[in-house]
Design a protein around this ligand. Structure first.
Ligand SMILES: Cc1ncc(COP(=O)(O)O)c(C=O)c1O
Length: 412
């Protein structure tokens, strides 16, 4: 039998490259194991304050760098990275809630946030209630002695209503309840969640992101973040993060670091395309309601304007919107329309290079009747980086094939 060649000298090779290498992209540091020079250093080294490295799960230069850049984007002070946007929601809930507590969630929140409350949280004796995000009085009525956390989302998922975030945050502050914003839509660009009044006086306690969307920008990475401006709050989240083992891979962190410098350009381009397509939809007789917060008659438009276009002008919005299609079409016709699209692909998520479409069954997603929504079939579109002309041509051909105009209905 042949002996294995001895590769010990390769494993313990003495060469170290010279210092001083600089290039546009930062180096990628991969580790589970991190070395200590001696046992005393192993015992004394600290990771919670990022003054050192102890184990890959607790941070590497690559993850620290991404956390710092995300804080710089949004105005946070501390941040942890987690393996998905949903993990960011779960990390927040599990760090802050215990048996007997209650969490309040907007009725139009990202669906899996509600599913977590109805599943694991409920099993562990943590109750939840859904509030109407468009009616601050409804939140006020539901806040109780047991409320420990209020979720916010602006705009809401799928139906895109923009709430009066300032009023909701003020209410949480007055009642001494923590509020966490799912700021995936705003991406740290459309408004400043830690500084809602522009004078540093009012902000959310926590901002979570699905970095999966705009920060990664490629449709090929799953990651999330939980950001705060409060050291004690951050420590609670970080310890829970550590106990749950919610680390991220170095190559995924690298992909987000690589995409981050272009986030502003991509966000603006997808915003522009979305508004062009939304304007086009307004002129189509098949559309009975357009749900895009930057359009005047959309639910919560005034709140969007106050926060995302405070100086007037076009303001900022993410590149996605929904339409309600005439209820007289059948579900099968609406799905045939989606199937016929060539540039829009059928798939979840947003913020990547390819435009996506999803038909939703709204009735199964809300706990109350949505009086601000017209009856109809809801279809959500998220913009990729294709041209608006190509996307409109795609919509046109699919409409012509499967949704012929019906007798008059004016879009709102
Ligand atoms: C508003 C919002 N928050 C969170 C998430 C969850 O992100 P992830 O897919 O990375 O878990 C999504 C995903 O669609 C989302 O739309």
């Amino acid at each position: 039998m042949q002996e294995h060649p001895d590769t010990t000298h390769l494993i313990h090779h003495p060469y170290t490259p010279p210092e001083g290498f600089e290039a546009p992209q930062p180096g990628v540091f991969k580790a589970s194991t991190v070395y200590f020079p001696n046992a005393a250093a192993m015992r004394s080294r600290e990771w919670k304050d990022k003054s050192g490295y102890t184990y890959g799960l607790h941070g590497t230069p690559t993850t620290y760098l991404l956390e710092e850049r995300l804080c710089a984007l949004e105005g946070g002070l501390q941040c942890v990275l987690v393996p998905s946007g949903l993990a960011a929601i779960a990390n927040t809930a599990l760090a802050l809630l215990k048996t007997g507590d209650e969490v309040l969630i907007p009725d139009n929140a990202y669906g899996p946030n509600k599913a977590l409350a109805e599943g694991e949280l409920q099993h562990w004796g943590i109750t939840h209630a859904y509030y109407d995000p468009m009616n601050p009085a409804d939140l006020a009525a539901r806040l109780s002695e047991r409320t420990r956390l209020v979720w916010l989302e602006a705009p809401g998922s799928v139906t895109m209503e923009f709430p009066d975030l300032v009023a909701l945050v003020r209410m949480c502050r007055e009642r001494g309840v923590l509020c966490a914003l799912d700021n995936t839509w705003g991406a740290g660009l459309a408004f400043r969640p830690f500084d809602l009044l522009g004078d540093g006086a009012l902000g959310v306690d926590i901002s979570v992101h699905a970095l999966t969307k705009y920060p990664s920008g490629g449709g090929d990475v799953l990651m999330g973040s939980v950001m705060t401006r409060d050291e004690a709050l951050h420590l609670k989240i970080k310890l829970c993060h550590m106990r749950l083992g919610l680390g991220v891979g170095a190559h995924d962190a690298e992909a987000v670091l690589r995409a981050l410098p272009s986030i502003g350009l991509r966000y603006a381009a997808q915003d522009r395309t979305a508004r062009e397509l939304a304007r086009w939809w307004l002129a189509q007789p098949q559309c009975v309601q357009l749900l895009h917060p930057a359009f005047e008659r959309a639910p919560g438009h005034a709140h969007w304007r106050a926060l995302c276009a405070p100086q007037g002008g076009a303001g900022q919005a993410a590149g996605l919107f929904s339409v309600l299609l005439d209820a007289r079409y059948s579900q099968a016709q609406v799905e045939a329309f989606c199937d016929a699209l060539q540039r829009f692909r059928i798939g979840y998520s947003w913020g990547g290079p390819v435009s996506l479409v999803v038909p939703y069954d709204l009735a199964s997603m809300r706990s109350r009747v949505q009086i601000h929504l017209r009856p109809g079939h809801l279809v959500r579109f998220s913009m990729g980086l294709e041209s608006a002309e190509a996307l409109i041509a795609d919509l046109q051909q699919a409409l012509q094939c499967h949704l012929p105009p019906l007798p008059v209905h004016a879009p709102t």
